[in-house]
Design a protein around this ligand. Sequence first.
Ligand code: NAP
Length: 292
Amino acid sequence: MTAVLMDGKALAAEIKARLAQEAEMMKGVGVMPKLATILVGDDAPSKVYLAGKHRAAQEVGMALETHHLPGTSPAQDLGLLIRRLNADSSVNGILLQLPLPSHLEARAMIELISPEKDVDGLTSVNMGRLFYNQGVLVPCTPKGVMELLRHYKVPLAGSRCVIINRSPLVGRPLMHLLLAEDATVTICHSKSVDFLSLARQADVLVTAVGRRPSFTLTREMVKDGAVVIDVAMNRLHGKLVGDAEFEEVAKKASMITPVPGGVGPMTVAMLVENTLIAAALQNGLKDAGVLK
Ligand code: NAP
């Protein structure tokens, strides 16, 4: 078998074109959607990821406000900025780029973001809504994975989905989204016993470890015909790669996401969508396309 490539880059482009029309309609009724981003310090990968998010926001015609605090900033300064953005009615979405420098507690800082402006969907309120199957601002990466699965018509009801990751950014929210589609979901992590037999049962195998070469998803771990979603981003011999040994796994899987060009662009598109959802809700635009 040679897998169908799940082209996240192309799908994200389609979604952004639709979102640009949505943004245009909002502007037509006097609402200018605006995303505010915060970077603390100079982490190089964070700068690259954030630049991609800024590009996407501008591509769809949203307003953008960028904040860059020094890496030594105390929690109080970051807290003040978040509170100011919460109170600014021209700002619809607030994105705090992670990871934060080690002296700042990410969880505490995220909780300061108003849930209505939490376009990463990481506050307890938004996670709680997801838990009860009432997600509004849903974390971008799992939301992007679900869009890919939907677009490629991957059957989920009753299927066995295995997620190799239990982080709040990826595995935990994805588990809820897949459960909501009636999948049978298993989460694996670094302490999972008999990992191989669990992974091999998966109809849909999502891997998000990001520790190559110490963890590599090989073809032995994949069931014949499985759908493989590779969320991870690793630098290997100077190249950006996922967890999967792509060429080999692609011979066994029925569908697979490439890295780059799979989940990454979808994450960015979902951030833009969440910002438009936040803008629509904050302005009472009940008929906005993004709310349907
Ligand atoms: P993380 O918090 O470090 O999570 C890694 C997960 O992998 C943890 O649950 C960990 O288990 C598990 N793990 C580690 N070694 C393992 C092993 N040998 N066997 C099975 N599981 C193992 O990282 P993250 O923030 O979730 O990100 C994960 C990866 O996804 C990274 O490569 C990141 O760059 C990528 N990512 C990509 C996007 C995108 O848009 N494409 C977005 C977010 C993240 P424990 O919990 O037991 O430690």
